[in-house]
Design a protein around this ligand. Structure first.
Ligand SMILES: [Zn+2]
Length: 144
C-alpha cells in the first residue's frame, strides 16, 4: 500500500509526499484506515512518529491519504490499544486475539488492597482481549 502524506493538514489537496514504507496499518474499517509511522516521512512536521493518523482509502484501494491525526475516540472505536510498554497481543486458537478495550488504573482507585503482597503502581493499564473463535478472554497488564 502507498500513503499520500500532505505537507500540511490544512491543505489536503496541496503538496504531498508519497511513501510506500516506514508505516504500519493499525486498523481499518470501510474506507477509513488508521496508520502510524515508525519512520516519519522526510519533510513532514505536523505529526510525530508513532502518532495515530486517520487516513482515507482513495479510488485506487492500494492508495490511502492521511487526513488528520486520529482522535482518542477513534483509537477506541478502531480498537487500538495504547501500550505503555511494547505490543503484547496474546494468541488463542492459533491467531492473535481481538482487543476489546483497556482500563487505565490512574482513573480508578489506586489504593492497594490491605493484604496485598504486590500491587501495581498508579500508572498501570489493563488490556482485555477476546478470541473471535472460542470467546476465551485474557487480560494483559503493563505499567511504567
Ligand atoms: Zn480461542
Amino acid at each position: 500500500m502507498q500513503v499520500i502524506v500532505p505537507i500540511s493538514p490544512d491543505q489536503l489537496g496541496g503538496q504531498s509526499a508519497v511513501v510506500a514504507s516506514g508505516f504500519r496499518v493499525m486498523a481499518e474499517r470501510g474506507r477509513a484506515v488508521i496508520i502510524e509511522f515508525y519512520q516519519k516521512p522526510h519533510g513532514i512536521e505536523w505529526f510525530g512518529g508513532f502518532e495515530l493518523l486517520y487516513c482515507q482509502r482513495q479510488h485506487d484501494p492500494q492508495e490511502c491519504k492521511v487526513i488528520r491525526k486520529a482522535s482518542d475516540e477513534e483509537r477506541k472505536l478502531f480498537r487500538i490499544p495504547l501500550w505503555i510498554q511494547g505490543d503484547e497481543v496474546p494468541q488463542c486458537c492459533g491467531r492473535p486475539m481481538n482487543f476489546v478495550g483497556q482500563i487505565d488504573d490512574d482513573r480508578l482507585c489506586g489504593e492497594r488492597p490491605p493484604d496485598a503482597k504486590l500491587w501495581w503502581h498508579d500508572a498501570a493499564s489493563f488490556y482485555v482481549f477476546t478470541c473471535s473463535q472460542c470467546l476465551e478472554c485474557k487480560a494483559i497488564a503493563q505499567q511504567f
